[in-house]
Design a protein around this ligand. Sequence first.
Ligand code: NAD
Length: 313
Amino acid sequence: MKNKKVLVTGGAGFIGSNLVKRLIEDGNSVTVLDNFISGYRSNLEPFSSIHIIEGDIRDISSVEEAMHGVEVVFHLAASVGNKRSIDHPLIDAEINVLGTLQMLEAARKEGVQKIVTSSSAGIFGEVLTMPIKEDHPFEPDSPYGCTKLCQEKLCLVYAKLYAIETVCLRYFNVYGPNQRFDTYGNVIPIFVFRMLRNESLQIYGDGEQTRDFVHVDDVVQANIKAADTVGVSGAFNIASGKSITINNLVKIITKGNNTARTEFCPERPGDVRHSLADLSLAHQKIDYTPTVELERGIYEYIKWAKGIMVEIK
Ligand SMILES: NC(=O)c1ccc[n+]([C@@H]2O[C@H](COP(=O)([O-])OP(=O)(O)OC[C@H]3O[C@@H](n4cnc5c(N)ncnc54)[C@H](O)[C@@H]3O)[C@@H](O)[C@H]2O)c1
């Protein structure tokens, strides 16, 4: 995608800022709408040419200002994660459902051609058949899974009703640079930052649960390809197509570190046991093929995390 006027909601966040970087490199004109609730201004500092609107996707005037003249929207702003949604279910629904609807309405009125929205494997809940295909039953285990499913359905309804294409990308577990450690963070940043602080790595349950980890570069690739593919609306899995147990993930992260410690803790509510994506539909419809091997991605992530630790000190 080149020379387009694009809007990235949630562009200051982990995935959004990686997407903004690629969009700028490809010569697009980028506006970011973000309220910085979980995003970082420093993620956007390298990009002097972007237009930043500090605002909320629930606020109509911010959304209309951000949407002005836009051809393609990448909608990533969200209340993110199972735990956050269990702690704050109403805020989760306001942002992910009503905020998305606000985006769709403004995009429709502005004549936007395409919306690529970020969904989640959390919509599936406990896995019945693996690898998980797009038509696997939806039984979310958290309010977040429910609101992401609702977000998807709203986007797809707009593609049916109006002259707008909508693509929903169901990310599995994403990791990579700009992914900070926080209480709502994902397992890779939590393990890596705890290891770097000489704290024990806490494994919930027996550690034999599996996850499909996808590098953020591949998620960015999927967003760009979804935007570039004309005539396609739909929902697609975005993952690596390979699963690994948490115990084996720990081995990769702690490789070469003889002082790393692990600690087993009780299972958490809302966590699924297994996860592995079938990527054939994403490959067929938007030409998505993952490229980053987990070991290399983790090695580079640890290097990035060490740099951030130096900045924090
Ligand atoms: N990280 C993952 O593993 C993962 C997995 C599945 C889906 N997703 C989805 O990908 C998208 C991006 O997630 P991320 O991991 O980069 O999270 P993130 O928290 O780093 O990014 C979310 C961004 O949205 C902004 N934001 C939140 N609420 C907002 C609001 N009301 N108005 C404006 N901006 C708001 C935040 O400030 C932040 O910059 C989300 O839609 C998330 O649901 C992420």
